[in-house]
Ligand binder design. Structure first.
Ligand code: ATP
Length: 200
């Protein structure tokens, strides 16, 4: 069995790559979906976060205001680290459980872990190798602004809170450049799948 981690900075196209890979039938663990689920209304993790970051991150008891929490942590490195620690541990537990279940099912093909902060959270040890999705900085900025309705300044702040692209590239086995169209992206991913999956 081969476990491949997919990572990259904000707006690089990780979700686009992961959903394409999933559409081809590969199992994909989606760390974003898991962390959204962990912080769903009424989840005990929401109470834990309110204890840590204050009641102002809640819309009402048990209901997280994600935007407010993001504002708080992106403005304060300490708090950002603390949030990562809390969420990372839980996402990591979920990933290990998911991998174990897959093993038990008797399948031994390639599986993927889509973990945006893979390096920042030290999760590369879960993966046999890492594919790093990237795109020109300006392209990423424009895509995130269009997707989230964010300002250039807000995107910039989020980019600066992440590990530098160069460092991530150096620590990865493969680099997926997503600066061009989706069609080209699919071709790049197909070529990698051909390289690693003899059945592709
Ligand atoms: P984040 O870290 O912010 O969650 P991400 O790395 O998962 O982002 P995506 O959500 O896949 O990135 O892509 C960011 C935005 O850019 C999305 O709106 C997506 O539809 C768009 N996008 C991704 N790849 C391309 C492409 N090759 N051409 C045009 N638009 C793209």
């Amino acid at each position: 069995m081969m476990i491949i981690g997919i990572t990259g900075g904000i707006g690089a196209g990780k979700s686009t790559v992961s959903s394409y890979i999933a559409s081809l039938g590969y199992p994909v663990f989606d760390a974003d979906e898991i962390s959204r689920n962990l912080t769903r209304d009424g989840s005990p993790v929401v109470d834990e976060l309110a204890e840590e970051f204050g009641e102002e991150i809640l819309d009402r008891p048990g209901v997280l205001n994600r935007k407010k929490l993001a504002e708080i942590v992106f403005a304060d490195r300490e708090k950002n680290n603390r949030l990562r620690q809390i969420v990372t541990m839980k996402v990591r537990e979920a990933a290990i459980k998911w991998i174990t279940e897959y093993r038990k099912s008797g399948n031994y093909g390639i599986i993927f872990l889509d973990i945006p902060l893979l390096f920042e959270t030290g999760s590369e040890d879960l993966c046999g190798q890492v594919w790093f999705v990237t795109a020109d900085e300006e392209v990423r900025r424009q895509r995130v602004m269009a997707r989230d309705g964010a300002t250039a300044g807000q995107v910039e702040k989020r980019m600066r809170s992440q590990m530098p692209e160069r460092e991530k590239a150096e620590r990865s086995n493969e680099i997926i450049d997503n600066s061009r169209g989706v069609e080209e992206l699919h071709q790049t991913v197909d070529a990698l799948l051909k390289k690693y999956d003899r059945t592709f």
